[in-house]
Design a protein around this ligand. Structure first.
Ligand code: HMG
Ligand code: MG
Length: 315
């Protein structure tokens, strides 16, 4: 018999919301980059494979950043080799031309640059000033596009910055537009430290629309530090956003922003979307089982409320 915890709520569509949402899974990258323990490469490969098998349409696999800056992902090349052809369709982060060269050598077809909306985080995360980051990204994006790659751009600290406090909307829009205009196909708006709230989300999406970056070009990347990620997702859905970044089991954070805790958990997102009657193509139970498996490797339970509800004995 099913326990009440696993009885799904009746799906009830709330209008006007999108019929379908794309979940951009960042667990193997954003999740594992923040783990203290080094996860063996074959476990990472299994993680990526299981997430793909669970129906996640996009699984960001790793980062070609400087290995001493993020030792957790220093095995990016080995991971891509283990993944084989499937890995080439998994996006990877590249901060600069050196990262791009490494990704190209392994046949990557989708790369992502990651900029900062604030001066301090640009320096802490990229060792560049806010303006210098564009000089680093410009040839990276140009060469990636010339090689036929798809490029995503992230912009971090869009709602608040641990060193600079509140970040003005016009500053976020200015940096985001500049990053997108380098040649990206999508801009992912990051609430790196999870301080955003729903009205702010609505205002930011509207402000991007006013400079010509409509909802079809945007993705939202919420961290759940203050428990606002689902409320923010709902606000973004109402504003017309149809791509959401999430991390299996709620793993994640950013090693260069200590207050960045876990990402919005993929399972929490799927549960809400399923309840709203919004299609994702994702098998919730398979993702949750994968998170339970990964939690066992990491030696601590998943912070996702939905994972805990679905698998109480395993968490
Ligand atoms: P730097 O020290 O200024 O690098 O770091 P450099 O350009 O001065 O080069 C120094 C040396 O590093 C050179 O070697 C380069 O070849 C080498 P040398 O000539 O001295 O022998 N090098 C590299 N080696 C391997 N791979 C590379 C690479 N680049 C240079 N890619 C750098 C600048 C950008 C590389 C560094 O700051 C870095 O790697 N930062 C990455 C930090 C990071 O990964 N943070 C987490 C991801 S962002 C995030 O999580 C936020 C997000 O989730 C959205 C959100 O939540 O908001 C995306
Ligand atoms: Mg992140």
């Amino acid at each position: 018999m099913r326990t009440p915890a696993v009885v799904p709520a009746l799906p009830v569509a709330a209008v006007p919301l999108p019929d379908r949402v794309t979940i951009y899974e960042v667990g193997p990258r954003d999740g594992l980059q923040n783990e203290k323990a080094l996860v063996p490469t074959d476990v990472k490969a299994e993680f990526v494979r299981r997430l793909l098998a669970a129906g996640l349409p996009v699984v960001e696999a790793t980062s070609f950043v400087h290995p001493t800056w993020v030792p957790q992902l220093a095995d990016a090349a080995e991971l891509m080799a283990l993944l084989g052809p499937a890995g080439r369709d998994c996006p990877v982060l590249v901060p600069n031309e050196r990262g791009l060269d490494r990704a190209l050598e392994l046949g990557a077809r989708h790369v992502a640059i990651f900029g900062s909306a604030t001066e301090t985080f640009a320096q802490k995360n990229l060792n560049r000033s806010l303006d210098e980051q564009f000089a680093m990204f410009e040839p990276t994006v140009r060469r990636a596009r010339d090689a036929g790659l798809d490029v995503r751009a992230y912009v971090s600290m869009c709602f608040g910055d641990p060193w600079e406090g509140a970040v003005p909307i016009e500053q976020v829009v200015g940096v985001g537009k500049r990053l997108f205009d380098l040649g990206a196909s999508q801009l992912s708006i990051g609430d790196t430290i999870g301080v955003g709230t729903a009205g702010h989300v609505t205002a930011l999406v509207r402000a991007f629309d006013e400079v010509g970056l409509g909802t079809d070009r945007l993705a939202m990347h919420f961290h759940d530090t203050f428990g606002q990620a689902l409320a923010n997702t709902y606000a973004a859905l109402q504003a017309g956003i149809t791509t959401f970044d999430a991390s299996a089991g709620g793993l994640g954070g950013c090693p260069y922003a200590k207050s960045a805790t876990g990402n919005l958990a993929t399972e929490d997102l799927v549960w809400m979307l399923r309840g709203l009657g919004i299609e994702t193509g994702v098998d919730l139970e398979e993702v949750a089982a994968t998170s339970v498996w990964m939690a066992a490797h990491l030696g601590r339970p998943s912070p996702s409320a939905v994972v805990r509800a679905l698998a109480p004995s395993a968490t």
